[in-house]
Design a protein around this ligand. Structure first.
Ligand code: ATP
Length: 640
């Protein structure tokens, strides 16, 4: 078609050229006939033969088309190209060349238009095809997604990694295995365990505060107590009562109340994140806290003494109400869109009826009095070396390992906490397992333990301060920190000084009350010996740093100065605690229970305590002699 058109156009331009050349139409009838035939062929190609005949019949050009007369055939062409059935004027012979030029031009335009249209249509078809393919692909993906769920190759791979991580946490699972499960497994805390059980077993269990050193089984005991009490007939706790544990040091009061894991909070609807349904309708949704999770069970707050004071006050309010109330300026009680559960939360609050158990390593005097007054108290004691050894033995059995003789004793020389003892055992287990990696039965050797102790740079908890020999100007005192009693070494040197101008030196870091005891001692020495310490240079030293405060080293300091001054050697297996008055009276001090424990652990044979503290000596105490004194003379008799 294009070739024909080109030929036509070429021919046309040649004709125009010849016209220009000759200035007139001078073409034979034969030429015109050929041209008319050619134009009909072009038209037939353009429309298709059938369509051309149909068109011709509509335009009443069919007879003209098939006519023998050139003029009529040209008239037929005119009707067809101009789409005009009213064309009735038969063209004259001399007009034919001009008419044919006009027809040619119109057909050329039509061909050109059709060709452009065809190209456009092709482009449109291509685009549509492309879109269609994309659409099909999209639908396919959608169907794959719907049938495969939210996962794809990437997410499944990540899930597999996570699952593998969960399966390969031997240490944490070992700690779970070793966690005591029955009351008998809580070692060395029989009284405290009984106390906990009794307080939880009643129909009206009270809130409880547990005092005691770190790592001696407070958390484990609380957990075990709940599980045990659940099995009692008429128990206050049902089988599914929760035990919710949280660390008080991590709980902070957020003044904007945006997050409050303990008591719960209400977010502005726009911050509700994934909960788009509520965010879009502007309904605030309260987020419940641990107090609600603990409903009907126990909320255990470790290190409750470190808890933020404001948050603690809010918690006390919840203890009273047994319910948590939520408030939000976004809450509209009239809003019909508000789901019923949200309405109920805002209007009635959420139940939070639980027993609070708080554990602390602090002294009771440092605990918020309002909290103390709402709680009954239980004291956990420090563990004795035999207790640590028993914990290790139990752990060995649970881990199904053999312990070489001496393993328990070595560990108990280095730690006084059950948790630390367990950690050393687990490290030693790792050593043994590495050494005997091909063996089924693991045996932990003393050398494994010693290697762990070396790599952890641990030193024996009790240094060798006690001895059976006597020494001059040296005495063992007793201190207490965080429920742990310990033995202090106090030494004194006395030098003849300038008369009346001698000096007394004491550790710079000691507290003022401890320093006062040195001056009290000077008065007592004068009463005892008639000597004035101002004639001497006296140097008092607490070995290992003077972190001591309070007056409880007064008696020990006085005895040590006396010994140095009068050159009287003192027993080194005796430890002394008590305040000294300037009249030489021995006054009561705090922490007697812990101090006696610390002394026993250090191998002390005899402790001297103030008479007024005698009631605090634990009943049934064995392995150590306790002598109560009320004067310096009595005390001296017990140590000289
Ligand atoms: N008296 C104990 N009897 C048996 N096992 C104990 C004892 N004390 C500690 N353990 C072991 O140490 C682990 C840690 O003890 P737990 O967390 O109960 O101590 P805690 O007193 O609550 O310590 P903290 O106050 O520092 O949290 C326990 O899982 C247990 O294996």
């Amino acid at each position: 078609m294009r070739g024909l058109l080109d030929r036509l156009i070429k021919k046309n331009s040649e004709n125009n050229q010849s016209l220009n050349n000759q200035g007139r139409e001078d073409r034979s009838a034969e030429e015109l006939k050929l041209e008319v035939d050619a134009l009909y062929v072009v038209l037939s190609n353009l429309y298709g033969t059938d369509k051309l005949i149909l068109k011709a019949s509509k335009l009443e050009a069919l007879t003209l088309m098939r006519s023998e007369s050139l003029n009529e055939r040209v008239m037929g062409l005119q009707k067809l190209v101009h789409d005009d059935p009213t064309e009735s004027q038969l063209p004259k012979r001399e007009d034919l060349p001009a008419i044919l030029r006009d027809v040619e031009e119109t057909i050329a335009e039509m061909v050109a238009k059709k060709s452009v249209e065809e190209r456009l249509n092709q482009a449109v078809t291509d685009k549509m095809q492309e879109r269609h393919e994309e659409y099909i692909k999209e639908i396919k993906n959608q169907i794959i997604k719907e049938t495969a769920g939210p996962e794809n190759a990437q997410t499944l791979k990540k899930l597999a990694v996570l699952e593998k991580m969960n399966q390969t946490t031997p240490l944490s699972s070992a700690i779970d295995v070793l966690r005591p499960k029955r009351p008998e497994e809580i070692v060395g805390q029989e009284n405290a365990m009984r106390g906990l059980l009794a307080k939880l077993a009643t129909p009206y269990p009270q809130h409880i505060l547990i005092y005691g050193p770190p790592g001696v089984g407070k958390t484990s005991a609380a957990r075990v107590a709940l599980e045990t009490v659940k099995q009692f007939k008429n128990a206050s706790f049902s089988a599914d009562a929760p035990f919710i544990e949280v660390d008080g040091t991590t709980l902070r009061w957020d003044p904007r109340d945006v997050t409050n894991p303990l008591l719960g909070s209400v977010h502005d609807p726009i911050y509700q994140g994934a909960k788009k349904d509520l965010a879009e309708t502007g309904i605030p949704e309260p987020k419940l806290g641990l107090v609600n999770e603990a409903h009907t069970g126990i909320l255990f707050i470790d290190e409750i003494g470190e808890m933020d004071a404001l948050l603690l006050n809010k918690l006390l309010k919840v203890l009273e109400d047994k319910r948590v109330f939520f408030d939000s300026s976004y809450y509209d009680p009239q809003d019909p869109q508000t789901p019923l559960y949200i309405k109920k939360i805002f209007e009635e609050g959420v139940p939070a009826d639980f027993v609070l158990i708080g554990a602390t390593t602090r002294d009771p005097s440092e605990i918020n009095p309002a909290l103390r007054s709402r709680c009954t108290e239980v004291y956990f004691g420090p563990l004795e070396p035999e207790d640590v050894q028993e914990i290790i033995r139990q752990a060995g059995e649970k881990l199904n390992v053999q312990l070489e003789a001496g393993v328990e004793e070595i560990i108990s020389d280095y730690v006084i906490e059950g948790r630390k003892a367990i950690n050393i055992l687990l490290d030693s287990y790792g050593m043994a397992k590495f050494r005997e990696r091909d063996s089924d039965k693991i045996s932990i050797q003393t050398e494994d333990v010693r290697e762990v102790l070396r790599t952890n740079r641990l030193t024996p908890y009790v240094h060798n301060k006690v001895s059976s020999a006597r020494d001059q100007g040296r005495i063992l005192g007793l201190g207490v920190a965080g429920f742990l009693g310990s033995v202090l070494e106090i030494e004194v040197k006395v030098f003849q000084g300038p008369e009346g101008k001698g000096t007394i030196r004491f550790n710079e870091t000691a507290g003022t009350m401890a320093k006062d005891s040195v001056f009290n001692a000077a008065a007592v020495i004068r009463i005892l010996t008639g000597e004035d310490l101002r004639d001497y240079d006296v140097h008092v030293n607490v070995v290992g740093g003077g972190k001591i405060d309070g007056p409880s080293a007064g008696l020990a300091i006085t005895i040590a100065i006396y010994s140095a001054l009068k050159e009287r050697p003192l027993r080194q297996d005796v430890a002394v605690t008590g305040e000294i008055s300037i009249q030489g009276k021995v006054k009561p001090v705090g922490g007697i229970y812990e101090k006696i424990f610390g002394a026993k652990q250090a191998g002390v044979q005899r402790v001297i305590i103030p008479e007024d503290n005698i009631d605090e000596v634990p009943s049934g105490l064995t392995g150590i002699e306790v002598i109560a004194v009320s004067t310096i003379e009595e005390a001296l008799r017990a140590v000289l």
